[in-house]
Design a protein around this ligand. Structure first.
Ligand code: FNU
Length: 221
């Protein structure tokens, strides 16, 4: 994934025509499009090959199973044309290794969820977040998913994983996080869903976030 606009669209719409229309509109403004269960369950896995012409596709299936099942899932998703898969880290080193090994063979990317962006992540997940980040780094995953809603955690996770791994951060906009705060905390890409796909002008909304990101980078350099 090329680091250009540093914006990833989370495309959680259900209708494939709408998904294509929005992807086409934001294509120049995003470095990737993230699809997940809502869109894929509603319109089929083949939506990935229809969208991949607009941007690289990250499949957010939060894969969380035993190693063999994890590998089978990632194989299906890579075969469908996705460039990256988001997997959970809490299932442990062997489950993650199955995904990372396959991605290496296929020259694809795995992003590991450390701690999620919603309030409930504080109940159980946050405690494991730093250990998951370290495991992702030890296994040489491509990157981690860390919460834009908690920039201080992004900072801590960046210190743990170093500069080799990427951080992609959801939670900007609808969940209350700010793109500039996440970028300043060390995020490589912000992931934005509802604020883009529910906008009357998704391209304009995307361009606005990209401007905000570029400004904060310029002001801080
Ligand atoms: P928006 N997402 C998230 N938090 O929000 N993959 C996480 O910790 C995580 C995610 C996804 O709120 C969420 O499923 F690991 O409308 C949705 O697709 O901007 C997107 O990021 C956020 O969407």
């Amino acid at each position: 994934m090329e680091k250009n606009t540093r914006l990833i669209l989370a495309l959680d719409v259900l209708d494939s025509d709408e998904a294509i229309r929005i992807s086409k509109a934001v294509a120049g403004h995003v470095d990737a499009i993230k699809v997940g269960y809502p869109l894929v369950l509603a319109s089929g896995l083949q939506i990935i090959e229809k969208l991949v012409k607009y941007a690289p596709i990250i499949a957010d299936f939060k894969v969380a199973d035993i190693p063999n099942t994890n590998r089978l899932i990632c194989e299906q998703v890579f075969d469908a044309g996705a460039d990256a898969v988001i997997v959970q880290g809490f299932t442990g080193h062997d489950s993650l290794e199955a995904c990372v090994e396959l991605a290496r063979e296929r020259k694809k990317d795995i992003f590991v969820v450390t701690e999620m962006s919603h309030p409930g992540a504080l109940d159980l997940m946050q405690e494991a977040g730093k250990a998951i980040a370290k495991m992702a780094a030890d296994q040489c995953a491509s990157g981690v998913v860390a919460p834009a809603t908690r920039p201080e955690r992004v900072k801590q996770i960046r210190r743990i994983i170093g500069e080799e791994l990427a951080i992609i951060s959801p939670g900007v906009g609808a969940q209350g996080g700010s793109a500039s705060d996440a970028i300043m905390a060390g995020t490589d890409w912000v992931i934005v869903g509802r604020s883009l796909y529910q906008s009357a002008d998704p391209a304009g909304a995307a361009a606005g976030i990209v401007r905000e990101i570029k400004k904060v980078i310029k002001d801080s350099s």
